[in-house]
Design a binder for this molecule. Structure first.
Ligand SMILES: Cc1ncc(COP(=O)(O)O)c(C=O)c1O
Length: 393
């Protein structure tokens, strides 16, 4: 298989698997017990906390381990909603968030919170004027803001520093879903003064089902999951020792290799786009071309349904997605595509490719040839004339 879906998940690195193995095979201890093996497990968790903290420029006691990115966003948002209260509390977010943010926000709205889902421009970046107005409206009664760092469907990087600054000027607490950004581009919590930041190990070559929430020191925070008081009573439950150790190792490697990885994936992504432009007519590269993750490309193929392309590509063992992984199989344009003003036809003809440093140029060449072949085949079956050579939007 040629795996080009790094926004959905990334393969674990061998070093990560190796670091996890002893905690699945040799040491069965509960890190909360008192004997030697338990203390070793505790030590391993704390070492991982340091590795994850270093990756995002936090201090270790600001990192709370969770059961993944979705849990992290839910923990932050549900706490903030409780804190501001539903009577006057306002939630300011964007129209392009992942469902891990959109769904909890929907439940707040159902019980009486006012919600602003700010729009984006045609390139998929947050409209800051609209965001400012919403934050100003939230100032009086109190509220909080949540803006994703980078979008999972398009890879477009949001104007986070500006958004965070605006929220702060208006006295709003600020959460960012940085799940697509951490480990792929530099993310440093101190540079932006965010209060809460969600991250997930499997997006940067760590294991699935383990994540973390950064909680800025001094920020009030009460847990969503209560029980034995683990994670300094911020997230109860016996820790996933192997998963946490794997996340720590993945964070250490991401920090060490970030520059190299960014350069590698940019050249893979750019080569893929150039090859497609050479071989296929009617290709559009979607989203802001300057502010985007180095390893993501979101493409529309004129007069070609993405659903059909996915089937043909799967037959040729090329793995990619239509929009976000969560939307695959659904025929509706995604909320992100709608927010960017895509026509239905364009939305239905879009594919997302995500490259990681584990991909090779040989794979890129083969995959581009497979895409070109599939597009040609589908167009032949569907009929019609050839489209424009290439349009960048
Ligand atoms: C932007 C974004 N937020 C949240 C999530 C959910 O993270 P997890 O899969 O770790 O629950 C994802 C995963 O696709 C994502 O891309």
């Amino acid at each position: 298989m040629i795996y080009l879906d790094a926004n959905a998940t990334t393969p674990m690195l061998p070093e990560v698997v190796e670091a996890m193995m002893p905690w699945m095979t040799e040491n069965p201890c509960n890190p909360n017990a008192s004997y030697r093996g338990a203390k070793e497990a505790r030590k391993a968790i704390e070492a991982a906390r340091e590795q994850v903290a270093a990756l995002v420029g936090a201090s270790p006691d600001e990192i709370v381990f969770t059961g993944g990115g979705t849990e992290s966003t839910n923990m932050a948002l549900k706490w903030l909603a409780r804190l501001v209260g539903r009577k006057t509390g306002r939630v300011v977010t964007t129209a392009i968030e992942h469902s891990a943010v959109l769904k909890p926000v929907e439940t707040f709205e159902q019980v009486g919170y006012a919600v602003d889902r700010c729009g984006v421009d045609a390139g998929g970046r947050l409209e800051l004027d609209e965001f400012r107005k919403a934050c100003e409206a939230a100032k009086e009664g109190g509220g909080f803001a949540s803006v994703m760092w980078a979008n999972n469907e398009t890879g477009v990087i949001q104007p986070l520093a500006e958004a965070c600054g605006i929220a702060r000027e208006n006295g709003l607490a600020f959460h960012t879903d940085a799940i697509q950004a951490v480990g792929k581009i530099p993310v440093k919590v101190r540079e932006l003064a965010v209060d809460f930041l969600s991250l997930s190990a499997h997006k940067f070559h760590g294991p699935k089902g383990v994540g973390a929430l950064f909680v800025r020191s001094g920020c009030r925070f009460e847990p969503m999951v209560r029980g034995g008081g683990q994670e300094k009573d911020r997230r109860s439950g016996t820790e996933n020792v192997a998963g946490i150790v794997g996340m720590g190792k993945a964070a250490e490697l991401a920090m060490r290799d970030l520059d190299l990885r960014m350069k590698a994936v940019v050249s893979l992504r750019d080569a893929f786009e150039s090859k497609l432009v050479e071989m296929v007519q009617g290709v559009t590269v979607n989203g802001d071309l300057i502010h985007r993750l180095p390893g993501t490309t979101h493409l529309s193929f004129d007069r070609c349904e993405a659903a059909g392309l996915l089937i043909l590509l799967d037959d040729m063992e090329v793995a990619c997605s239509a929009g976000s992984a969560c939307m695959t199989g659904k025929q509706q344009p995604s909320h992100v595509q709608k927010a960017m003003g895509f026509s239905d036809a364009k939305a239905k003809s879009s594919l997302r490719f995500g490259f990681s440093a584990l991909n090779t140029m040989d794979e890129v060449e083969k995959a581009a040839a497979c895409v070109a072949k599939s597009v040609e085949k589908l167009r032949r079956v569907q009929g019609g004339s050839t489209g424009p050579v290439v349009v960048y939007s």
